[in-house]
Ligand binder design. Structure first.
Ligand code: ADP
Ligand code: MG
Length: 252
């Protein structure tokens, strides 16, 4: 019983006008796991997230979350089942304070902004204070989100997802354009969320992936090329060939 994966993709194929973006893809994630997914541009990484969140419907295969099939469900239904997605560019409310952004994220939809903070339960207030610490923004709680650095906005948006307590958090390229220090802190933040949440992160930045110290899945041409620790993946001749044999800049 305890062996059931939280998320399982089995035989997933996606075709865009005959071009196979994903080919018979299999992947399992255990509850509480932190998983990194890497692969060259065009490997199918974003499409893979689109299939999980219901944005793209696969031509074949099944996606099961807590034993339930997600295929055919609408995006908002899948989100409500406990799957949160962080897109590449931050989507925060620049005019609101950091704390108000978090309050808005825990609130019922349609709460007037003027009431933000007044209607929260003590447990919700406490959760927001705790999360401000987790995302390194306690000292910025009352600053406008628009005044934050790019990295701080990314952390705020991660906080806005986490405050909704998703079982599974999908994060697409969170460190593009971040400084080295912010990149390290983002890795530490995602590590600290694993355990209580299941986190799947897509990234190109190899220093970031290394710092996650976690299981890596390499995608290539819509398929899983290999899985293992960063050291195992780096030593895999197929992975080396894919990264060095293409025009790609990245090197493992
Ligand atoms: P990655 O995120 O790994 O860079 P994507 O999942 O975005 O890769 O894309 C995988 C492949 O599928 C690419 O060759 C891309 O051009 C193609 N693709 C993605 N979305 C579409 C679409 N809506 N229509 C046609 N082709 C697409
Ligand atoms: Mg992508």
């Amino acid at each position: 019983m305890g062996e059931q994966p939280l998320l399982e993709l089995a035989g997933i194929s996606v075709s865009f006008d005959g071009f196979m973006a994903l080919k018979n893809l299999d992947l399992k994630l255990a509850a509480g796991e932190l998983r990194a997914v890497i692969g060259p541009n065009g490997a199918g990484k974003t499409t893979f997230l689109d299939v999980i969140t219901g944005k793209v419907r696969p031509q074949a295969g099944d996606v099961r979350f807590q034993g339930r099939s997600l295929v055919g469900r609408k995006e908002h239904q899948i989100a409500r089942l406990g799957i949160g997605r962080k897109f590449q560019s931050p989507r925060v409310f620049e005019q609101l304070s950091v704390q108000e952004n978090l309050a808005l994220a825990v609130s019922q939809p349609k709460t007037p902004v003027g009431l933000l903070g007044n209607h929260l339960t003590p447990a919700q207030r406490q959760r927001i204070q705790q999360l401000l610490g987790v995302i390194n923004l306690s000292s910025r709680a009352h600053h406008r989100a628009g005044s934050l650095s790019h990295g701080q906005k990314q952390w705020l948006e991660i906080g806005m997802l986490v405050v909704q307590d998703p079982q599974l958090l999908l994060v697409d390229e969170p460190v593009a354009g971040l400084s080295d220090v912010e990149t390290e802190r983002t890795a530490d933040l995602l590590k600290s969320l694993a355990g209580n949440h299941t986190v799947l992160v897509i990234e190109h930045d190899m220093e970031f992936i290394r710092r996650l110290q976690t299981q890596v899945t390499v995608l290539h041409q819509g398929q899983v090329l290999c899985e293992g620790s960063m050291e195992q993946v780096q030593a895999d001749p197929q992975v080396v060939e894919v990264y060095l044999g293409t025009s790609h800049q990245e090197q493992l």
